[in-house]
Design a protein around this ligand. Structure first.
Ligand SMILES: O=C[C@H](O)[C@H](O)[C@H](O)COP(=O)(O)O
Length: 257
């Protein structure tokens, strides 16, 4: 039983949790997320301005930063949250917060992802926070992405799950149809995300999310990104191309070497 993590797709390191002959330890997906998160927090130094990610993996990193602050092992940290939820979590942990207006350059951001391809391109936003995440992580000197191994895909969209696009609510069907048509070559189905109670899901920015389900590869990702952003009504999409500087992957096998 071992845990592996990678700093880049090309250079990967592994950490053995137990000697080869010891009995196997079964870790849950959440424990793997926590291991990746704690590893990422090792990059944090006192005095840093930190982008605080959103989601079940990033939550562990924010908890850990709060813990290290409480213990006096970190000091003089300023957090820039990527969602209202993370803002609430950070406030409850006593992490001092600010925003991009006051700190246009961020030292380090730590955040999860929904998909990671072999070139460290990401899909994010299945929790609905993609716009603020892209703004904050786009302003970072270093963006450490933390995932468990279930997030690794051969190509973006490869999980068969959603590629989220944040759109304005005005005439959302018009925008959703345009998005579906744009990717008709990938057999795309565009669905408005709902809140689980029959109403549209509303982002922290008051917008809607259209989830794109793609059956085939998108082709050139930068071309696809530009085409999405050219549709009037689109605010931002969940492809994070060339943004992660490090991806930490926690997995149950020593299969990365
Ligand atoms: O909008 C949500 C964010 O992009 C999350 O970072 C992403 O969905 C991964 O979340 P989780 O760590 O819960 O899988």
């Amino acid at each position: 039983m071992a845990i592996a993590w990678s700093e880049t797709a090309a250079s990967m390191e592994a950490l053995s949790l137990s000697p080869p002959m010891s009995p196997p330890v079964i870790l849950t997906q959440d424990e793997l997320k926590k291991i990746a998160a704690y590893k990422a927090v090792e990059f944090v130094e006192s005095g840093m301005v930190l982008g605080l990610g959103t989601g079940s993996t990033a939550k562990h990193a924010v908890d850990r930063i709060g813990e290290l602050l409480r213990q006096g092992k970190l000091s003089n940290i300023v957090g820039i949250p990527t969602s209202k939820k993370t803002q609430e979590q950070a406030v409850s942990l006593g992490i001092p917060l600010s925003d991009l207006d006051n700190y246009p350059t961020i030292d380090l951001a730590i955040d999860g992802a929904d998909e990671v391809d072999p070139h460290l391109n990401l899909v994010k936003g299945r929790g609905g926070s993609l716009l603020r995440e892209k703004m904050v992580e786009g302003a970072c000197k270093k963006f450490v992405c933390i995932v468990d191994e279930s997030k690794l895909v051969k190509h973006l969209g490869g999980s068969g799950l959603a590629l989220p696009v944040e759109i304005v609510p005005f005439c959302w069907k018009f925008t959703a149809n345009k998005l579906q048509k744009l990717f008709q070559g990938s057999d795309c189905v565009a669905k408005l995300r709902n809140d689980g109670e029959g109403k549209p899901f509303v982002t922290d920015n008051g917008n809607y999310i259209v989830d794109l389900y793609l059956k085939k590869e998108m082709g050139d990702l930068q071309v696809a990104s530009d085409a999405i952003l050219r549709i009037a009504g689109v605010v931002e999409h969940g492809m994070f191309l060339d943004m992660a500087t490090t991806v930490i992957v926690a997995g149950a096998e020593l299969g990365f070497r």
